[in-house]
Design a protein around this ligand. Structure first.
Ligand code: UDP
Length: 238
């Protein structure tokens, strides 16, 4: 069997990916299916760290638009990501994978505090590390947390799991003629304002030469195919 191209990767899962076809919260079946995809990758010898979003529960910016203090709303958003992190941890542990949730906010009864060296140690021991609470700072996103943690832990790749299998010239749902980009540069993403990750996250990846692959988290086996270097999704690199 072909060996994976990577030894350590950072997987970004949005909160919305966890809710499946629902409008809110976590769909257990969806999370279980994702956990199985992650297990295949871990079993192939790849160290996997995960950053979880919180948009399925709470989004700071949306609440700020309704008049809430932005920083307060963002802290609520970060707490939402911790809930999602626990849901993913539970699903992974049901499959027998050892995991640790590391939170950027101190919630010691439920998660270890984020300490960079500890995160790396967990990965070296074969544990899946789930980063909760984003960067720990308001006015940021979990996309930026994904870029930041990927750089910090010396990951070789950021995997951005979305509902569609890459970045398209237009919305493929409403425009069936839309074409998928196979490869993009960081600057193309920024200049054309393509919906890959927010600009702060892209800039951080660009400045640290961290490649990103956007792929479908709903497509069975796609995550493993990316690991094997097969043509999948859209890759963003220099
Ligand atoms: N958030 C934050 N700082 C961070 C990461 C997240 O304040 O470093 C808050 C922010 O309010 C955001 C919410 O947490 O709206 C949920 O994260 P995000 O929107 O990135 O989740 P996703 O879109 O990936 O589900």
């Amino acid at each position: 069997m072909t060996a994976p191209l990577y030894s350590r990767v950072l997987l970004k899962l949005s909160g919305e990916a966890l809710m499946g076809d629902g409008q809110y919260g976590v769909d257990r079946d969806v999370v279980r299916r994702m956990a199985r995809e992650i297990k295949d990758v871990v079993d192939s010898g790849v160290q996997v760290a995960i950053v979880i979003g919180g948009g399925n529960i709470f989004r700071g910016m949306a609440k700020a638009a309704e008049g809430m203090d932005r920083a307060t709303a963002d802290y609520m958003g970060m707490l939402a990501t911790v809930m999602n992190a626990l849901a993913v941890q539970d699903a992974l542990e049901h499959l027998g994978l050892p995991t640790r949730v590391l939170s950027a906010l101190h919630i010691e009864q439920v998660a270890e505090p984020y300490i960079r060296r500890r995160a790396i140690r967990h990965l070296e021991k074969g544990r899946v590390v789930i980063f909760g609470a984003g960067t720990g700072n308001p006015f940021f996103t979990t996309d930026t947390a994904a870029s930041l943690r990927a750089v910090e832990i010396n990951a070789q790749l950021v995997l951005k799991g979305t509902k569609v299998d890459g970045v398209y010239t237009d919305d493929p749902v409403t425009h069936p003629e839309a074409m998928r980009y196979r490869e993009l540069s960081y600057n193309q993403v920024l200049e054309q304002n393509l919906q890959v990750m927010d600009a702060t996250a892209i800039t951080l990846c660009r400045d640290n030469d961290m490649p990103i692959i956007v792929f479908s988290i709903n497509k069975s086996g796609a995550l493993m195919r990316v690991m094997l270097g097969e043509e999948e999704g859209t890759s963003v690199r220099r």
